[in-house]
Design a protein around this ligand. Structure first.
Ligand SMILES: *Cc1c(COP(=O)(O)O)cnc(C)c1O
Length: 325
């Protein structure tokens, strides 16, 4: 498994490329929740999400031979964008497989970066199978979006920044998809602040890690469209790392509805003046819905990304309920 030392090494490796993002106290959420609440502004990271940390850490460690072959990955959008940027920086080629569910703004973001983009199937899991096929067929290096030690260590650098900025951190709310962010941040925080609670937050429909934790082993779930599109997709029945990490590191997993996610996006905009995508807003959504009980302060909410289609954002802000179907 990944060690704290791997996360510290990752930070050294990626520090020239990534932004150290601000940790900002939320006046509104602090007064509402009765504890100090801070927002880790990872939606201001380059590429618009934290995914650049893991992708850069992984790609910088490729051998010359692997760089010649190029990398392939499957993505719900943000990882693909990050891999495209990291691959260009390392002078290697990236092939990104995405499903038809991925929003046009995220597809355009990847295409602009010059990656070889393949749109295939109707779920993340189908896109992942295509990435695996290409990896076998074309000898490309498969880079899983979360279940990879270098990816986990890269995402874990957020945990180091949180502890340095706020040594007394009591609770961290982490958006939970296939668990790379939770594994990395959980590992860093639990190593440096053993008493702190780590809480994962996912959308209600298609929460693969939650279902797997309940079953006691990785299970497949049906994938649905969600405002938190970056959290969709399975954890893989052959999951190597993130399932065990989430099982041992997460104190709880909270599920939020589409309506609650919309309220989170609106709060971020109206009160915090931040444009946040659905997956980036689930921690705020959990707080607003009162679903994170008996909070131990100070609380840090990781705002994981901001790559929302602006047309969709306007509809969420204006309270359009048709988007919640
Ligand atoms: C990928 C992603 C997540 C979830 O990360 P996992 O490692 O899959 O758990 C959360 N928020 C955003 C914005 C993401 O892009």
């Amino acid at each position: 498994m990944v060690q704290l030392s791997d996360i510290i090494d990752a930070r050294r490796r990626i520090s020239d490329v990534i932004e150290k993002t601000p940790l900002v106290r939320s006046v509104e959420l602090s007064s509402r929740c009765g504890v100090e609440v801070f927002l880790k502004m990872e939606h201001r990271q380059k590429t618009g999400s934290f995914k650049l940390r893991g992708a850069t850490n992984a790609i910088q460690q490729l051998t010359e031979d692997e760089k010649k072959r190029g990398v392939v990955t499957a993505s719900t959008g943000n990882h693909g964008r990050a891999v495209s940027v990291a691959a260009t920086a390392a002078k290697t080629r990236a092939t990104i497989c995405v499903s038809n569910l991925v929003h046009e703004n995220k597809i355009a973001g990847i295409r602009r970066l010059g990656a070889d983009l393949r749109i295939i199937g109707n779920s993340y899991d189908e896109a992942e199978r295509e990435a695996e096929r290409l990896s076998d067929h074309d000898r490309l290096v498969m880079l899983h979006p979360s279940d990879d030690p270098a990816i986990i260590a890269g995402q874990g650098t957020i945990g180091l920044e949180i502890v340095e900025a706020l040594p007394a951190v009591g609770t961290v709310l982490v958006a939970l998809g296939s668990g790379g962010l939770s594994a990395g941040v959980g590992l860093a925080i639990s190593s440096l602040r053993p008493g702190a609670r780590i809480i994962g937050v996912s959308m209600e429909r298609g929460a693969a890690m939650k279902a797997s934790l309940q079953a006691g082993h990785p299970v497949e779930v049906e994938e649905f469209p969600s405002l938190a599109d970056a959290l969709c997709g399975g954890i893989g029945l052959q999951n190597k790392l993130t399932f065990n990490a989430c099982q041992s590191l997460l104190d709880d997993v909270i599920l939020v509805s589409e309506e609650e996610i919309a309220a989170g996006i609106r709060h971020a905009y109206d009160q915090e003046r931040e444009i946040v995508e659905g997956a980036g807003a689930v921690g705020i959504a959990a707080l607003l819905a009162g679903k994170a009980a008996a909070l131990k302060g100070p609380v840090v909410v990781i705002i994981s990304g901001g790559n929302i289609d602006m047309g969709l954002h306007r509809r969420v802000i204006s309270g359009d309920r048709n988007i919640l179907q």
